[in-house]
Design a protein around this ligand. Structure first.
Ligand code: FO1
Length: 308
């Protein structure tokens, strides 16, 4: 069994390729939930949704998040009632948040709700939130402390970032059975997700990092040619004084990473990364087509196999 650590869109694109090369039932994905938010009284879990929709084949292909061909009548009506429609929730997407919130209010843990939603959408991969406890990413900026989605979506990453912290992380424990499952994994894949706000919170959930250190771990750099494919990883890495490069990613993961896959444009960083005792594999990591995704998944599995 393979375990993947995942954030949102970059991870979802990679996992779409991975399920073409391994049996989805042999894959567990641990998903970041520190980006979660409440809006209009609904519990929204953007990364869980993004992973679930992409694995179900219903994700919006151009954005990578939300549902393909969704409509926005509900949001338009909310706007008429005076609400600023800054977070683009589609009508079909609303159904997920309504049902999830309803089930959570009945006392069902997020991991169970996720299992149910995934099975109803025909997703065979074991998609697991990193914790059932509430953890919230707070971005410390020059304008004050912002919730992650406020910083990222509403304010379009314009605020200057000083620091990031995860409220509630000290009390976060993994869902029941997850650590045992992780211990029994053949290998771990760190998806091409934001190291600071997607992967870091998962690593900080109690018990996960010590197990990773005992397992073969391969990562795919989300930084290509000195900038992220998507999202604010560069601004957040700078705030943490991490070099915005595949080398910076390697250093950040150095305590547990065996191999890092880097893009061909970063081939010049290979020897520098290997000095960290991390094997660096150079290939195309841009996932424009399904063929690109499958090719990257095959290389990842081949290299993970070499560590075993
Ligand atoms: N990202 C945006 O850039 N703008 C949006 O309006 C937006 C809405 C949204 C609604 C549901 C959902 O599941 C995800 C959504 N995202 C949106 C994506 C999300 O903000 C980020 O991609 C992740 O949180 C980062 O991993």
């Amino acid at each position: 069994m393979i375990v993947a650590l995942a954030g949102g869109v970059g991870a979802a694109r990679f996992l779409e390729g991975l399920i073409h090369v391994i049996d989805p039932k042999d894959l567990t994905v641990i998903v970041n939930t520190a980006d979660d938010l409440y809006l209009y009284g609904l519990y929204i879990s953007p990364d869980l949704d993004t992973i679930m929709y992409n694995l179900a084949g219903i994700a919006n292909k151009s954005t990578g998040w939300g549902i393909q061909d969704d409509t926005f009548h509900c949001l338009e009506m909310l706007e008429r009632y005076g609400n600023e429609p800054w977070f683009k929730l589609g009508d079909k997407d609303f159904a997920t948040h309504i049902l999830r919130t309803h089930l959570l209010r009945r006392g069902i843990p997020l991991s169970e709700v996720t299992r149910l939603l995934c099975s109803l959408l025909g997703v065979e991969v074991n998609v697991v939130p990193m914790t059932n406890n509430k953890v919230s990413t707070r971005v410390v900026t020059e304008q004050g402390i912002l919730d992650f989605q406020d910083y990222f979506v509403r304010q379009q990453e314009t605020a200057v970032v000083r620091d990031v912290y995860f409220e509630g992380i000290e009390n976060a424990v993994p869902p029941e059975g997850l650590l045992e499952l992780l211990k029994s994994a053949n290998g771990v894949i760190i998806c091409p997700s934001n190291p600071i706000v997607s992967i870091q919170p998962i690593l900080k959930v109690s018990g996960i990092l010590p197990i990773l250190k005992e397992l073969p771990v391969i990562g795919i750099s989300p930084i290509v040619g000195g900038s992220p494919i998507k999202g604010p990883a560069d601004k957040l890495m700078r705030a943490f004084k991490i070099e915005v490069s595949a080398y910076g990613v390697a250093r950040y993961y150095a305590t547990f990473l065996n191999t890092l896959i880097i893009d061909t444009v970063d081939a010049n960083l290979q020897s520098q990364i290997e000095e960290l005792e991390i094997h660096a594999v150079v290939t195309n990591t841009l996932m424009r087509t399904l063929e690109d995704k499958i090719a990257l998944a095959k290389i990842t599995l081949r290299e993970l196999d070499k560590i075993l």
